[in-house]
Design a protein around this ligand. Structure first.
Ligand code: ZN
Length: 77
């Protein structure tokens, strides 16, 4: 079986947990929740269409630009 990452989302309509797989670049089977997805993993699934099996609604995976916390850093200059 090919290794993959599992990313878990909460359906915004019915709150059912929806799972998306992402191709893993190592031999691990990691699991992430939508609030804490490593960027390299996120880059492979952003824009994907995802169906909620519970309510049947369809969503596009996107970066939450209104997230309450964002990573900051000090850039030189
Ligand atoms: Zn749903």
């Amino acid at each position: 079986m090919e290794p993959f990452y599992s990313i878990f989302f909460k359906c915004p309509e019915c709150y059912h947990q929806v799972e998306q797989h992402a191709k893993a670049d190592d031999n691990s089977f990691e699991a992430y929740y939508e609030e804490n997805v490593p960027r390299l993993v996120a880059n492979t699934i952003i824009g994907n269409t995802i169906y909620c099996p519970n309510c049947g609604d369809r969503f596009t995976i996107a970066i939450d630009t209104n997230a309450t916390t964002v990573p900051l850093y000090l850039r030189r200059g």
